[in-house]
Design a protein around this ligand. Structure first.
Ligand SMILES: [Zn+2]
Length: 141
């Protein structure tokens, strides 16, 4: 006899959501629920609800985390590139700046909305901040 999960009719636990699929959809800047609707209305402005399936997205609280992870990743990539270029070719400083400063800017602008989308999708997947239908009380100080 197979072991069946016990379902309690009083269990109010929200259903599990696929985390990796949600992360991929968020990285593509689409709705973590359906994968079709756009997550952002403008560059980093999150839509209140998915335009395709209507999933509420306003519960997100990405705050400074996307900027932190963007700086962490781009900083490591750019510094490694600068050091490798210096060791291999020893170019003048102006050439290093002309090469790596635009690369830093472009990589940051490309990565920031994708990381923000992935973080919001992760919050949706683990049902943080009201994504699970449970209203959170604001912190009391
Ligand atoms: Zn959707």
């Amino acid at each position: 006899m197979d072991a069946m999960p016990i379902q309690n009719h009083l269990d109010t636990t929200p259903p599990l959501r696929p985390r990796w699929l949600s992360l991929k959809r968020g990285f593509r800047q689409t709705c973590p629920s359906c994968g079709r609707g756009r997550l952002f209305g403008h560059f980093l402005q999150v839509n209140d609800a998915c335009p395709s399936c209507g999933e509420e997205l306003h519960h997100q609280r990405a705050d400074d985390a996307p900027a932190y992870f963007t700086v962490l990743i781009t900083g490591h990539v750019i510094v490694l590139g600068v050091l490798w270029t210096e060791q291999a070719f020893m170019p003048p400083l102006w050439l290093q700046a002309a090469l790596w400063l635009p690369a830093l800017l472009l990589m940051s602008l490309w990565l920031l909305p994708r990381i923000k989308g992935a973080l919001i999708a992760y919050q949706w997947a683990v049902q943080m901040h009201g994504f699970g239908g449970i209203k959170e009380e604001p912190p009391r100080f």
